[in-house]
Design a protein around this ligand. Structure first.
Ligand SMILES: Cc1cc2nc3c(=O)[nH]c(=O)nc-3n(C[C@H](O)[C@H](O)[C@H](O)COP(=O)(O)OP(=O)(O)OC[C@H]3O[C@@H](n4cnc5c(N)ncnc54)[C@H](O)[C@@H]3O)c2cc1C
Length: 400
């Protein structure tokens, strides 16, 4: 199935492939392969950001008036698919994919002029201050308080699971500006400079030993009122708009296919009962089952893409893709641990540093297997848990 690709789309795909062939260096590909987290190692990510910026491809979905590539949904899908297949570094995208579109829609002219070019160039790195201890799926219950004092808000509270806060120069943040009415009605959306006094970042290490997420403490942090996006107490509208971008638009199928290829290579190399693991009937059946799922994901993605081309934004279909994509990723990572057997066990973070010359314990391909397995547990929690996505599907797709 070629998802109704036009000749122009096919030519675009060839351009994208040629670009990746030329610009993706070996160390970038190696870093993508070794990373177990959501995003590429920071230094590699910065270099790749620069390459895309110079090419004019850093902001695929942004309109040309804001310096974006202005691609169609199909072009964006092709690009994301090819990036997954080529193993391009995954960039910190909270600026480009989340707060950028929000500033374009709800920001004033001054905010647009100041923030958008800095997001594109990579001068600002953003983190997302939504979740709090006790407020995740039930986000509207958030407690971080912002009280007006002169021209500023004075912010007190804490945010948790803040990805990349240790690198971020700015955080977009939901704060409570009123305790009246429904919880959703007293929330505002503000932009915080991470250098402001009163901000403390505490790392949270994952089971795999990676530092991706943090808890951020805000103690009497002064934020100019002009850094609010949208009206006071109407931040919920802004927050929901942003979540559409967080959950939508992902191309999972080619990333899953790349994961499967690595799994197959491991199963060809591993031995069991004197033969190759890939020839073991029980394992081969599991591999076939996950391959079937990968193809189902691909067919679903293509169907959704052709719907988008005809009818516009995907709506609740993005929940279907989020659940299918993240759960299939977890499944592949589980089979990889099973295939790798005892070589999955050694804890060897130094062997996952790009450019290292550490002699790994076991075959090199097995080094990232366990960390990926462990970190993929989070994929069905962040950006809306699987249970919450299923609630959305039940309500909006099935009408229950
Ligand atoms: C790796 C990682 C990175 C993250 N990065 C960020 C970030 O950068 N910025 C940020 O703001 N947040 C971030 N988060 C937080 C993430 O958005 C929350 O963890 C998520 O929304 C779930 O909230 P919670 O952890 O409070 O769990 P809870 O909401 O307490 O959920 C606990 C369990 O109950 C289930 N549940 C909850 N409500 C319902 C319901 N109504 N029906 C059925 N089941 C339900 C959930 O599915 C889950 O299994 C990140 C999380 C992770 C794991």
């Amino acid at each position: 199935m070629e998802m109704g690709m036009t000749a122009a789309d096919a030519a675009f795909r060839n351009d994208v492939r040629a670009f990746f062939d030329e610009k993706l260096t070996d160390d970038m590909r190696e870093a993508s392969n070794l990373t177990s987290g959501v995003f590429a190692e920071m230094e590699i990510g910065r270099r790749w950001h620069k390459v895309l910026y110079q090419q004019g491809w850093i902001a695929p979905s942004w309109p040309a008036e804001h310096g974006g590539a202005d691609w169609t949904p199909m072009q964006r899908y092709i690009y994301d698919s090819e990036a997954g297949a080529a193993g391009a570094p995954r960039l910190f995208s909270m600026g480009l994919r989340m707060v950028g579109p929000v500033v374009m829609k709800f920001g004033d002219d001054e905010q647009k002029e100041f923030y958008l070019p800095r997001i594109r160039s990579g001068e600002d790195v953003w983190c997302q201050g939504y979740s709090e201890p006790g407020s995740g799926s039930d986000l509207a219950s958030l407690q971080t308080r912002a009280i007006v004092d002169g021209d500023d808000y004075v912010v007190n509270g804490t945010k948790i699971w803040t990805t990349g806060a240790q690198y971020a120069s700015r955080m977009f943040c939901l704060v409570r500006t009123s305790t009246e009415g429904k919880p959703q009605e007293g929330i505002s959306f503000i932009l915080i400079d991470m250098d402001t006094p009163g901000i403390t970042i505490e790392p949270i290490l994952t089971l795999a030993g990676d530092h991706e997420v943090n808890q951020v403490f805000l103690d009497d942090v002064r934020v100019p009122i002009k850094n609010r996006v949208g009206p006071e107490n109407d931040g919920w509208t802004v927050a929901k708009y942003l979540l559409e971008f967080e959950r939508g638009g992902a191309a999972y199928a080619t990333t899953l296919a790349a994961g499967l290829e690595k799994l197959r290579a491991i199963a060809e190399a591993e031995r069991t009962g004197g033969g190759r693991l890939i020839d073991d009937n029980a394992f081969a059946a599991k591999l076939a089952a996950v391959e079937v799922r990968q193809r189902a994901v691909q067919a679903t993605e293509h169907r959704i893409m052709s719907d988008i081309a005809q009818r516009g934004p995907p709506g609740p279909a993005s929940s279907i893709m989020k659940v299918l994509g993240s759960e299939t990723n977890q499944w592949i990572s589980e089979l990889a641990v099973e295939a790798t057997q005892y070589y999955a066990a050694p804890y060897q973070p130094e062997a996952r540093v790009p450019g290292n010359n550490v002699e790994p314990i076991g075959p090199a391909a097995t080094v990232p297997v366990m960390p990926k397995y462990l970190n993929f547990r989070a994929a069905t929690i962040y950006a809306g848990s699987s249970e919450v996505q299923r609630n959305i599907m039940a309500k909006l797709v099935l009408g229950l």
